[in-house]
Design a protein. Structure first.
Length: 352
């Protein structure tokens, strides 16, 4: 596997390529670099404007067919698209080509085009997102504004049984979902600007909240790791793992920031002071906090991992939302659903 420094270097090259494309096009500027195991560039491409090949396809056309694709890494500034427009989906091109690893900077937030990384992950490719996150976000900023899109959102994540339970009656919950689903969580965590937890979760689980690979190494470099933020009025021990998070060191912070949680709407808005944009916030907390966020309609997206289990019992994934009649239900739309070995992962968005 290439080092963080090597992936960063390749992504910087992809950004340079992307800037060759038109800056005022309906489509974003996207660059792609394909490198081998020694980090030597073997192909590259960029999107030259609407109707032309996407960056991944342009790069694949320049790739020597004699090379073994499994050992190659495609480094792309934007998550590969997962829909057919004027050109076919890049997900299919990368999968058909057999590229082993796909690395990208920013998630695709389009209603029709998103979900490409999870599709590739489900098909067995290695995925790493969030590399050079600040630089790739800057690259896409004008395009997001022109198309009235925003990468900023609050994502509520949890794992559950088929009947919506987080744990068995005795409280045991490790592990409801399998290893592949847990690896996917780390991929999503790496894409976040901020990962939110609570004092209760820190006290109970002492989570590190880093984005890690299957060998427990950092999935992305410290500067690309999500900043941990704690909600709650409880005391967090000085030696808690969350205070050792590499993102804190890279930002010159001695401790994870902490909010009381007593004014969620304003305090969530206040998270933007840590990020030079509307932040992408990933919630990793217990059901009480998650329910409070859902109850105030603060979550833009749900990421739900479901295991083929029936547990019953009192440990519900979502608590009381104050809904008294069906017409008051929180309405959501499925953005994607994928099989991850025995589990499924569903992405849902608000039905605006």
């Amino acid at each position: 596997m290439l080092s963080h420094t090597q992936l960063s270097s390749a992504m910087q090259r992809a950004i340079t390529l992307a800037q060759r494309g038109p800056s005022d096009d309906i489509n974003p500027q996207v660059g792609c670099v394909i490198v081998d195991a020694a980090n030597s560039v073997v192909a590259e491409g960029y999107h030259a404007g609407a109707g032309s090949d996407h960056a991944e396809v342009a790069a694949l056309k320049n790739l020597d067919s004699q090379l073994n694709p499994v050992g190659l890494t495609a480094v792309v500034t934007l998550e590969p698209c997962n829909h057919t427009g004027t050109t076919p989906p890049c997900v299919e091109a990368l999968h058909t080509a057999g590229i082993g690893t796909i690395v990208y900077g920013q998630p695709d937030v389009g209603q029709r085009s998103s979900g490409g990384a999870t599709e590739l992950f489900a098909r067995g490719h290695r995925l790493i997102g969030g590399v050079e996150s600040e630089a790739t976000a800057t690259l896409l900023r004008d395009w997001h504004q022109r198309t009235e899109q925003t990468r900023g959102r609050v994502i509520a994540k949890w794992a559950q049984s088929l009947d919506g339970r987080l744990a068995a009656a005795d409280g045991s919950s490790r592990w409801i979902t399998g290893a592949k689903a847990r690896r996917h969580v780390h991929l999503q965590r790496a894409l976040a600007d901020i990962v939110v937890t609570t004092t209760a979760t820190v006290s109970a689980d002492n989570p590190a909240l880093t984005a890690r690979d299957e060998h427990q190494n950092l999935l992305v470099a410290p500067q690309d790791q999500p900043l941990p933020v704690i909600f709650g009025t409880g005391t967090v021990a000085d030696d808690a793992l969350v205070h050792q998070h590499p993102a804190l060191i890279s930002r010159g912070l001695a401790r994870a920031p902490q909010f009381s949680g007593q004014d969620l709407r304003n305090q969530f808005a206040g998270l933007s002071k840590y990020i030079d944009a509307t932040p992408r916030v990933f919630l990793e907390a217990g059901p009480r906090f998650t329910t409070a966020v859902l109850g105030q309609h603060l979550a833009d997206e749900l990421l739900i991992y479901t295991a083929p289990l029936l547990l019953g019992g009192p440990h519900h994934a979502v608590g009381e939302l104050g809904i008294e009649t069906l017409t008051d239900a929180h309405k959501l739309v499925f953005s994607s659903m994928h099989q991850l070995d025995a589990d499924t992962v569903s992405t849902l968005r608000k039905d605006h």
